[in-house]
Design a protein around this ligand. Sequence first.
Ligand SMILES: [Fe+2]
Ligand SMILES: [Fe+2]
Length: 192
Amino acid sequence: MISSNEARELAVQFLAKVPKRLSHTESVATLAKKLAIHYHEDSEKALVASYLHDITKYYSKERALFLLSKYYSKAEIKMWPIQTWHGLTAEIYAKEHLLVDDFDTLNAIKYHTVGRPKMSLLEKIIYVSDYAEELRTFETKDIRELAFHDLDLAVYKVLVHVKNHLDLTNEKVVGLSIDAIKYYQNRFNGGI
Ligand SMILES: [Fe+2]
Ligand SMILES: [Fe+2]
């Protein structure tokens, strides 16, 4: 598996023309590392996933589709709105080109845009860090602080916030996100 320094170099290369996205990536890495240390997760994995999570965000639609069609059926691809493709393509890139074989790291990259039920600790760290990193233009301090006290509740709040925003703008909410919201609702009600 590549080191976090190598992953960072890649992020710098991929996002060289988009300084804002690179700053976001650095900021995700900073928060994810803190959360990983706080929750005794592998901070090296948290850094690798952070640096790689958005590297393919600026692929053309054609390039993304070409990659996706190697691994997913048309019906599967249809379930993912185009804005979420970059999680899938970054995971493919990490697998194919960087030989990342740690499933947890790959899943953290793949699902960072949508979440899913039963996320691993690393997945939750990356999911929340992507949303709540300090440079986001919307208010994230509360979620950031909550993440250190109750990571599950922070994940749930982000899932709901993102869903509400997508509903308002008439955008599609991925089934996995809705399933994740239900999963946490059940959990908080003592159902799981
Ligand atoms: Fe992303
Ligand atoms: Fe991101």
